[in-house]
Structures are given as C-alpha cells and as structure tokens.
Write a protein that binds this ligand. Structure first.
Ligand code: NI
Length: 254
C-alpha cells in the first residue's frame, strides 16, 4: 500500500486517460493521494478530484512561478476552497530561484508569507516548494512557528534537512532518490527519522528509475520505497507503514 503525498493529476498530461488512471491507482493499492494545486485553476481542479475520488485529498495554493498573478481575490478564493473538508493543506507554496523567468524574489517572498499566514489562520499544514532558495525558505518558515508541513521534493543538504526537521517539518522524497547521481538526497534519506519521512511522485514529473523520463504515476512509488529500504537497510514494509502513517498524521486523515 502506498500514500502519494504530492501529485498533480490535474495536469494536462493526464487529460487523455485520467478516469482510467485513477481507477487503476485504486486497484493497485494506492490508498491516498494528496493532489496539490499550483495555480488557482489547479487548486480548483484538485478540490474537484478530491470530491470525486474518496482516496484523494487536496492542497490549495499558488506556486512561486505564478506569484505575480496573486491578488486579494485569489487569496479569498483559496480560503473558500479550503472550506471543503477534503482540503488538508495549503500548497504548493514557496520559493523558486532556479528559473530566471520567475517573478522577482521580493514578489515570491510576499506571496509565500501571505499564504503561510492563511495556513496559520486555517490551522492547515503547508506543502513547501523550495528550489535554490533554501535559506530564504527556512527563514520564512521560522516566522510561522505554529505552522507545520512538508518540504516536498527535498533537494537540500543534510544540514538543511536537519534544520527543517528541527522546526517540525516532514521531508518529501521523490523518484530523484533512485537516480544514479542522487548522492545528496541519499545522504538525507539516511538522516531522516522514520516518523518524518514522506514519499511522493510529483507526477507527471520525476518518475523513478526504471521509468525515468516517462509520465510518472503513484504506483511507481514502489521503486522509491524499495530504494529507501535498501539505503536504510530496513524492510519495504517498514518504509510503507511509516510513510502511510506520517501522511495520515500530517493531513489529519483517520
Ligand atoms: Ni509539485
């Protein structure tokens, strides 16, 4: 059994066969999926997927890539969407300094803080996107000690992981851990306490080996779990059980 803590099944990569894929996920023992909005359209679509599929949950938020589109009416709509009981997090939100064409750092930080504030107000956890912005991300997370969440698709060092763990965050591991050149995240996986580890697809992207480059889907998390179990020399079941328990705890799923 698998809980996919970060997916984008609203993505156009699934437009052709979404109904079939979701049916197969359920048949293949995917017991939970957190579908994360990136845009306001993605947030709406995530809520709809969660309403239509019992094993789906939604996160609503605006990705830093779209921070320049963020305004008061969007903030209001996110809050209204979060009224649905299947919405279990605010996300994905954060900072992305990797792509030069992204909105300015100042705009990204402002929109990130506004959405952290929303999470605090609604007592919801957050799903954090951090790319090449570790220090600024951590500083903003520390401004909101009441808020907890997951740093998804973790790409930082062991030292950065320790800082995130220390302030109560979970660490999300994607297919990157199965890549040949994945030295940094392998070191991180050795460090994370088992009660803070989450697994995710970030589908349609980030497919693990041997599906690297293909459209990703939640069943492939089995390969991530297998890799983690061999890195830590523990059983596949132990990784499965812990990651499911952790996702349920973070998202308050009974
Ligand atoms: Ni994502």
């Amino acid at each position: 059994m698998i809980f996919d803590s970060h997916a984008h099944y609203d993505d156009e990569a699934f437009d052709e066969d979404r109904v079939m894929v979701l049916k197969e996920l359920k048949e293949n023992h995917i017991i939970g999926v957190l579908n994360c909005g990136a845009s306001i359209e993605g947030a709406r679509a995530s809520v709809n997927l969660a309403k239509e599929n019992d094993f789906f949950y939604a996160a609503v938020g605006i990705h830093p890539e779209f921070a320049d589109k963020f305004d008061d009416s969007m903030l209001k709509e996110l809050e209204e969407l979060a009224d649905c009981e299947k919405v279990r997090a605010i996300g994905e939100i954060g900072l992305d300094y990797f792509h030069e064409e992204n909105p300015s750092r100042e705009i990204q930080k402002k929109v990130f803080r506004t959405q952290m504030q929303l999470a605090k107000k609604l007592s919801l956890p957050v799903v954090i996107h951090d790319r090449d912005a570790h220090e600024d991300t951590l500083n903003i997370l520390k401004e909101f000690p009441e808020v907890k969440g997951v740093v998804h698709c973790f790409s930082g060092s062991v030292e950065f992981a320790r800082e995130c763990l220390r302030i109560g965050y979970y660490i999300g591991i994607t297919g990157v851990v199965t890549f040949k050149n994945a030295k940094k995240v392998v070191e991180v996986v050795k460090e994370i306490p088992m009660d803070r580890l989450l697994v995710e697809t970030d589908c349609p992207y980030m497919a693990p080996v041997p599906y690297r480059g293909k459209r990703n889907r939640s069943e492939y998390i089995a390969n991530i779990i297998e890799t983690i179990s061999s890195i830590r020399s523990i059983s596949v079941e132990e990784v499965q059980d812990n990651t499911i328990k952790n996702a349920r705890e973070l998202l308050k799923i009974k």
